[in-house]
Design a protein around this ligand. Structure first.
Ligand code: PEP
Ligand code: MN
Length: 351
């Protein structure tokens, strides 16, 4: 990773750096952070001669060699001052909630629109709604392009940013064109490195936020962080880490709730952590407990399935969506708990 002395390199400086790197078989990706642009190197960046030539340029501040398997995501990388924004809100400053239906039912658009207004009223800062759904059974409802129009209508009516999952390149193009604000990469695709690269490259330089769910079969915390590194290395630093429970499940829950990895993630990276309690526990009655636990573990927010009439919903909504009234209470309580965690310090891991 190369850090410029100024906010970014000029075109001539960039060309000079690239030509030196090319001598050693390396190339650059430009990543525009909030405060400064950094330059990620692809290829073997250990050649001392190459490092020396780059460090010798007067307009280069530093050549960073972080030893962790991820570099851009590391809390000590120059992206550590980067802040991810959802609409006018800065994640990490306060406690932010994304809420809405698991699945938008194109036959019942009024439910989604009512849910969108209700979650706004409850204090959510963004609205979620699944247009395309990754379903375990190929015979279950798979989603519908028509649902995207409903999502965009909810955005226009409420003025809030909207979030939906993409599973393939075509979805990515469609949501970019439609003006979706947050892309969700679901648990099943968290290890789909081809898609992660595509999403990083396809959203590079845009304001698009990518909310990456933790893979349900992921093990070490670093595996999750490395998956996010693919997106950042593609050129988009606006990533959010979203623990959502893993397999095998804890008997009685849908998954094994993993909000407890929040402080581990925050000790290793600068990225905000927004926990999904809904898929972790899988039952509406248990969602408030997991939500408050996530706040107690220092999460920056939640991604919660909410529905005005869950029993008439589709996908996960009949089982695990909470009502807007429960959401409103939960947001109030979680904010209070989150505020109390601020007095505790999370130890940072070494570079
Ligand atoms: C969802 O958010 O509705 C969803 C499918 O999430 P996950 O990928 O975590 O199962
Ligand atoms: Mn769901």
């Amino acid at each position: 990773m190369i850090l410029p002395r100024d906010k970014s390199f000029s075109a001539n400086q960039l060309a000079e750096v690239e030509s030196i790197l090319a001598d050693y078989g390396c190339s650059l990706t430009v990543i525009a952070g909030t405060t400064r642009t950094i330059y990620a190197i692809s290829g073997d960046e250990r050649d001392e001669e190459m490092v020396g030539r780059i460090e010798g340029l007067e307009y280069v501040e530093r050549f960073d060699r972080i030893q962790a398997p991820y570099r851009l995501m590391h809390h000590a990388s120059d992206l550590s001052s980067h802040r991810v924004r959802i609409g006018g809100e800065i994640l990490g400053h306060g406690f932010h909630v994304i809420a809405g239906q698991c699945t938008i039912d194109p036959r019942n658009p009024q439910f989604f629109l009512e849910t969108a207004h209700a979650v706004k009223e409850a204090g959510a800062v963004a609205i979620r709604g699944g247009v395309w759904k990754p379903r375990t059974s190929p015979n279950a409802y798979q989603g519908d392009d028509k649902a995207l129009e409903i999502l965009i209508r909810a955005r226009a009516e409420t003025g809030l940013p909207v979030s939906t999952e993409v599973m393939e390149d075509r979805h990515l193009q469609v949501v970019m064109d439609a003006g979706v604000d947050i892309i969700q990469i679901g648990t099943r695709n968290a290890l789909n490195y081809g898609l992660l690269k595509q999403v990083g490259r396809g959203t590079a330089g845009s304001k698009m936020v990518v909310l990456l769910k933790r893979g349900m079969h992921m093990g070490p915390v670093d595996e999750f962080i490395c998956a996010a590194e693919y997106i950042v290395a593609g050129g988009n630093p606006n990533v959010v880490l979203c623990p959502r429970g893993t397999k095998p499940e804890l008997d009685g829950y849908r998954n094994f709730p993993d909000e407890s990895i929040t402080p581990l993630l925050k000790g290793r990276t600068w990225a905000p952590v927004v926990v999904d309690p809904s898929h972790a526990v899988g039952k509406a009655s248990l969602v408030p407990f997991a939500s408050l636990a996530a706040a107690a573990y220092g999460a920056d927010g939640l991604n919660v399935e909410t529905h005005v009439c869950g029993s008439k919903g589709i996908g996960d909504d009949p089982k695990q969506s909470i009502t807007p009234a429960v959401l409103a209470q939960l947001i109030r309580d979680a904010k209070e708990i989150h505020a109390r965690t601020l007095g505790y310090r999370i130890p940072m891991t070494k570079a």
